[in-house]
Structures are given as C-alpha cells and as structure tokens.
Design a protein around this ligand. Sequence first.
Ligand code: NAD
Length: 455
Amino acid sequence: MSYNEIIKKQSDFFHSNKTKDIGFRIGQLKKLRSLIKGHETVLSRATWNDFKKSEFDTYTTEFGILYHDIAEAIKKLPEWAKRKSVATNLVNWPARSYIIPEPLGVCLVIGAWNYPYQLSLSPLVAAIAAGNTVILKPSEIASATSAAMAKMINENFPPEFIFAVEGGIPETTALLENKFDKIFFTGSTAVGKIVYQAAAKNLTPVTLELGGKSPAIVTHDCNLKETAKRLVWAKFLNAGQTCIAPDYVLVDETVKDEFLLLLKEFIKKFDYSFANHNYVQIINERTFHRLTALIDEKKIYFGGETDVQNRYISPTVLTHVTFDDKVMEDEIFGPVLPVIAYSTIDDAILKIRSRPKPLACYIFTNDSIIKNKLLSELSFGGGAVNDAVMHISNPNLPFGGVGSSGIGSYHGEAGFAAFSHHKSILEKLFWWEPDLKYPPNTEKKLSWIKWLMGR
Ligand code: NAD
C-alpha cells in the first residue's frame, strides 16, 4: 500500500466516526497497554540490541511512563473530551456558550531514537485518546526497536486506524509530501525546521518536540551533595542521550571545587558499566566520533575513557570550559558534562540568555530570591528546582520547548489538547433578542451598544 492509500483509508475510517466514540478510544488504549505488556520481553531485547539499554532502564524510562500515561488517559478521558460550558457575555445574551474538543483527523507521529518507545508511543496514546488515526514513523537509528514496535503495531491494529512505517530520511520525506491533519515530531531542531516547512505547505498544525543546551545552575547555598547526586543521575542516564539532560553546569565559583569532588564521588559510586546494567552504549559510531571530538583532553576533570568497539564513553566531567569551546556550541547529547564557574548570578543569566531558549533548565538553590529571579528572567521549555529531568514524569506538567527547543507541548491533558481542535460554539435561543444590531442604526442604539461593549 502506498502512503497515499494508507492516508486515504485512514481518512475514510476517521470519517466513519468510530474514533469519536469515547468507549472505542478507551478500548484501544487498553488494547495498546496489553500489547506493550505482552511484548515487554521482545521490546526489551530490542533496546538491548540497539544500545545495551537494560531491562531496568527500559522499564523505568519507557514502559513505566507509558503505563502511567495510558492509565491517566483512560481515567481522565471522559472529562477531557466533555464539552465545556463557558460564560456568555452580555452582548450575546440570551445564549449558551461552550467548547467542544474534536479530533483533528489523520496524524503523523515521527519519533526519535533515544527513548524509542516512549517518544513514539506516548504521542500515540495522546492521539488515540483525542480520537484520531495515526501513521507512526519511529526512528530508524534504533533499528531493532523500530522493527519490534512496527511489528507489534501492524500485526495488531488495522492500518486504517494505526499504521507504523519504518524508514529514515527518504521515507520520512515521502511521508511529509502528503497532507496530514496534524504532525507531531520529536527530534533535533535542524530536522524540526524541515518538518515545519513541509507542514506549512498545507497549513498543517505541528507539535515540535526539539532539543537544545539545557543548563543547570548551582548556587553556593544549595545542598551540594544532593545536587551533585541528582545531576550525576540526570546527566548520565541513557549515557547523556536524553533531550532534557543537563547539558552543562554553571556553578558558583566559590563552591566549584567542592562540587567537582562530589560529582566525581557519585560517578564512582554509581559505577556506570554495561555489565551491571547501569549504563548504555552511544547509539552509533558516527555519534561516538562526534562526542569524542568534543572532549578536550586538557580539560578533563574526570573520566574521558573511550572504547570505539563497544561504543563506550565513560561519564566525563570537563572543567575550565569557556563559552567559546566547541563543547559549548551545540547540544552535547552524550555523557560529557562541562562545568563552568560563574561569579554573579546576573552573569550566569546573561550567558544563558545569549543562546537559543533551552528545552529545560535546572535551578539548584536554597535562596528563594535567586530561584524566583531565575524563574522569571530565563525562558525555557520546563524544568525543575533542586532536581533534574524528573519534571517529565509528572503528567500534570505539559512537556515541550519554547523558541528553538520546540512548539507546543504534550503529556496528560496537554497531549489530548495537542491532538484536538477546540471548537467554540455560541448557541442562541429563539425566544428573545435585543434588536440593537439590526438597522436602522440610531443614536439611541449606539449609546446602548457603547454601554454594553465599552465598559
Ligand atoms: P533527528 O532529528 O535526527 O531524527 C528524528 C526523526 O526525524 C527520525 O524519525 C528521523 O528518521 C527523522 N529525520 C531525520 N532526518 C530527517 C530529514 N532530513 N527529513 C525528514 N525526517 C528526518 O533526531 P534524533 O537523533 O532521533 O534525536 C536527537 C534529537 O532529538 C536531540 O536534539 C534531542 O534533544 C531531540 N529530542 C527531543 C525530545 C523532546 O521531547 N523534546 C525527545 C528526544 C529527543
């Protein structure tokens, strides 16, 4: 079947109105949940094959998040999908006003490889909940997971409802030549621009979940030990191949040395290795070489061991880094952590603001004035105070970027909204209406209108 034929079939199925039924949507979400549960072993084997991601990490960062997402959608969908009454203003009285969430239609979901199941299936959950049909294109970079996921989907869902397409740039380019009702993309800012341009041709709405250099700011008065522990976990999870990993740390110069010692202590303690399932491989050799080229040997504070055969880069902390260094140009997306000292918080703010708006920002402080200053003066997608990465796990927090780090958001109700149109309705009643808007237009009517509208 060509892409065009699948889209046509999905469009016909969408217009059969089956997906508009809330019971149907809940049934499909339950089906997806039991499919994932039934395929856990196969899917876990695939993440191990792709980049030695362990069963533990695959559960905590993929299946667990998906089960949570699905449970949340099943529980709250009847409320999210309800028509919502809003007040009617005096000008329109007597009337009712309400908003009807409606599905958009045929959606294209393009996934990234780093959390292959979560980043493909979590948007799928939101799209199903909102009542759409979906063509899913997982990332070809994690080829085993892409194959496992596509097989699971295509063997269990009819193509007119959900269909997985495997492939890379040529397949995605061909897909993007078609008209969709929504495109949901997760990936790099560079490819996000290509997707946005393709969507613009048809005025297709997009959600773009992109990347960026997400800073962590560590002030002198925070709990340094806890901070180091949380940052080490957040940075080296998935070997730093996390869109919201702290990309670099800005630390108050007065506590920099102590902080570096603590980072080293926790990296040693967490004993990152494939053997004990605490670490993953770099996804491919190309990325391995890109990352090793970012490690300036003279600036290694800790780590720096590499092994191309195993695509292994040990957790690496760099010090004496400046904003002009190569490692500070683009998102690192790997286990390399530059630590930069700052002398004043205003200086740190200026440095962060001189770059594109990041996807995340992490503020470690016990000083509420500094916390509020940073929260108000820095623009970023989302983040955490005294923690890192974990904000993604709360479905009540819409997840997405701003500026170069993305457009739109999802998770929980925000995901439902991303795949819905909110249709606004004014419902007039017949029994009475002032005749102010109808000709003849008189002075008296105008003074009434001024009173009604100009207040
Ligand atoms: P990528 O942009 O290379 O690929 C993403 C998807 O786009 C893949 O499915 C790929 O097949 C497709 N693609 C690649 N090149 C294309 C092209 N020229 N035309 C059309 N489609 C193309 O990203 P990636 O390497 O998979 O992921 C890494 C990036 O994604 C990082 O920047 C990371 O921060 C970001 N990311 C963001 C989030 C988020 O939720 N905001 C999550 C994960 C990753």
